[in-house]
Design a protein around this ligand. Structure first.
Ligand code: 13P
Length: 256
């Protein structure tokens, strides 16, 4: 990333983990060790029910808040169990993850729904972090770039390239999520460069400013080498974001 003016972002996706007490301990640990850097932001994405607590605990810090999902619906109404972007904004969120592979594979979210969620997020003042990535089988059969292109194009075609100037992309190879098998820096860089190229084909300036995070078994021990790659602008961290010391180590790798 050395060649660009993009700031790093280190985001913790807590997934379906946590309790009020456990979150308090985690956030206290983060606040104790966190020193904000101009070059890197820290973002926490707790479960929906924990957003307000976390928002109040980090309110006096530079740590930001995001949600893990949102409804594609932008109006209020009869959508039992759904959470609208405006509600997330009201709860203190600035960001929301859309199209995480767990949503795509376990909950059947297709490309068009992911694109609709991306658009809904922006319409309600949230920065979407849109996740893309291939399965092990897709990698082994050489279709990584085609899969990622299909996922990116679905959003580009629905939202337009301008929408990417207010968005973040996360490349998360499914085979690296929660497995301990991190992509090598070179493997990740190749896909990040391809993603930036897909955006650049429509708008160079937007592509140059787009933050592309890597996710998949990021740890304190591998974060620095990943973040040193030209097109890797931070991380979307699952397991290691549940430990204050581990997440702080990853943040420091970005903040320098
Ligand atoms: P892990 O860091 O646990 O591999 O999870 C990555 C992820 O899915 C973040 O969204």
């Amino acid at each position: 990333m050395a060649e660009s003016a993009r700031n790093y972002l280190v985001a913790g996706n807590w997934k379906m983990n946590g309790s009020t007490a456990a979150n308090r301990e985690l956030v206290d640990g983060l606040l104790d060790g966190f020193s904000p850097s101009d070059g890197a932001g820290m973002l926490l994405c707790p479960s929906f029910v924990h957003l307000r607590d976390v928002a109040s605990w980090i309110a006096a810090s530079d740590i930001q808040l995001g949600a893990q999902n949102l409804s594609e619906q932008t109006g209020s109404g009869a959508y039992t169990g759904e959470i609208q972007g405006a509600m997330l904004k009201d709860a203190g969120c600035d960001y929301v993850i859309v199209g995480h592979s767990e949503r795509r594979t376990l909950y059947g979210e297709a490309d068009d729904l992911v694109a609709a969620k991306f658009i809904a997020a922006q319409a309600q003042g949230l920065t979407p972090i849109v996740c893309v990535g291939e399965s092990l089988e897709q990698r082994e059969t050489g279709s990584t770039e085609a899969v990622v292109r299909r996922q990116i194009d679905a959003v580009l075609d629905a939202a337009g390239v301008e929408a990417f100037s207010g968005a973040v992309v996360a490349y998360e190879p499914i085979w690296a999520i929660g497995t301990g098998h991190t992509a090598t820096p070179e493997q990740a860089q190749d896909v990040h460069a391809a993603i930036r190229g897909m955006i650049a084909a429509r708008n160079d300036t937007i592509a140059a400013g787009l933050r592309i995070l890597y996710g998949g078994s990021v740890k304190g021990s591998n974060a620095a080498e990943l973040f040193a790659m030209n097109d890797i602008d931070g991380g979307l961290v699952g397991g290691a974001s549940l430990s204050a010391s581990d997440f702080l180590a990853i943040y420091r790798a970005a903040a320098g």
